[in-house]
Design a protein around this ligand. Sequence first.
Ligand SMILES: Nc1ncnc2c1ncn2[C@@H]1O[C@H](COP(=O)(O)OP(=O)(O)OP(=O)(O)O)[C@@H](O)[C@H]1O
Length: 245
Amino acid sequence: MSQSPIDTTSAPENDAALLVSDLSVGYGQTDVLRGVSLRVDAGSVTALVGPNGAGKTTLLRAVSGLLPVKEGSVQFFGDDVTRLEPFRRAQQGLCHIPEGRAVYRSLTVRENLQLQASPDRETEAIERAVAAFPILGDRLGQQAGTMSGGEQQMLAMAAAYVRDVRLIVVDEPSLGLSPVMVDKIYEFLGAMATGGTALLLIDQFVDRAMAMADAAYVMRRGEIVFDGEPATLMAGDVFDHYVGG
Ligand SMILES: Nc1ncnc2c1ncn2[C@@H]1O[C@H](COP(=O)(O)OP(=O)(O)OP(=O)(O)O)[C@@H](O)[C@H]1O
């Protein structure tokens, strides 16, 4: 087990899709993350778990640039993006799928996809999204907010598919969905991973997340307390030890 110290330098930096080093982030005067280090290897899946309020969402928001970093750095495929605007990170191939159904509810499915697509590639984007989630093809003219929760989540996930994405950071993709929908979402994530896209995944369905992960991290109270193999974390009472029952 290699729960500490975390070695973020074991491979050349350009083998890392994401390299987070000694990150401290907070809200106002309150520090939430303290000295967090984490790496996601290119083309691999990393799962991040931890109890409620541990700081997982805060980490993803800092990675995609939605929260300012107090100390430490974020590197994306070898480039320091710590101070880069979120849209610049997105242009470089970072896709953040936040918790909840991240769609423009008053726009149609087609309009949502067009907004996510690269300029001049809207038609291709819609074709790719429909190939991934055929149900969206029947709903192109429908207001996104009137679709079911699962359909909205598919639309949100399709954002990762309509442009050239190198790393997806995804926050609780299966929250509130039926088992069938969760299957579809994981099928999609699995296909993205097989295609070579790196993933950083938070999910309360720990078994599902760990089943597809190459690496696992546990966060508690704003600090990483475990990093290692998913199988190690899931063996015996290791998970309970780090995450709590
Ligand atoms: N906008 C905010 N302003 C102030 N504090 C916040 C804000 N958002 C989150 N926090 C606090 O930061 C801490 C970490 O929250 P965060 O949402 O990152 O945890 P999490 O691990 O994703 O939790 P969960 O699994 O419950 O979603 C919590 O104590 C939370 O109350």
